[in-house]
Design a protein. Sequence first.
Length: 244
Amino acid sequence: MIEEVDETLRGLIRTEVLSGSQVEVSFDAPTKDWAARRNAPTINLYLYDIREDLSRRDAAWAPLHAAQGYVTGHQLPPRYFKLQYMVTAWTQRPEDEHRLLSACLGAFLRHETLGPAEMTGALAEQPLPAMVSVALPLGPDRSIADVWSALGGELKPSLDVVFNAPFVVGRSVIAGAPVREMPRLSIARPDDGGQPERSTRRVPVRLSRPLAPDETPVAQDETVVGGTKAKPGRTYRIRGYPRP
């Protein structure tokens, strides 16, 4: 998933920012050694943090449906992860760096939501969009200066880009076979030792033949008359409806 987010951002920058110009796109750590080896204008996207977006986690399993409409299984919903990039521009003149950063800022603002058609790999094969935010204030637990200090480089202008991507877990369980007959009920009273009431008239609802996969069962009635002639009991009528 991470490499697919990289390729999505690379394609977005090449299309929306560079427009065919000879500017490189790099994901290397912008250390002093890297900066000294650089010999061409470059836009660098350094991935420095990955965290799950707990506000978007859903614990409920999602149903999987067959073409006929019945449930064939359940799968875990996707989990969302925030990939945080530090975007910098590297040229010989600060003015050119600022122009590249300005173009990147406009591109990310225009594409705050990316649909599957705008992404690559497995991200393009699932129906969920990704969210992109840029230049938001950092939390109290981090500082961009700390990132530069850890890299051993000098502080320079940068954009903080957060790519909130869905990660398909791929775990599922198979459901039981679909029900092919109407329910049957036995009714008992607490004063007869738990034995079911005797039925004097009963209309079964068991289907006379198995249903085809695309066939819908018809609602049927079942009538149960309890007790005896000397001591009549209750009469129950049960109607079963097929699952829509």
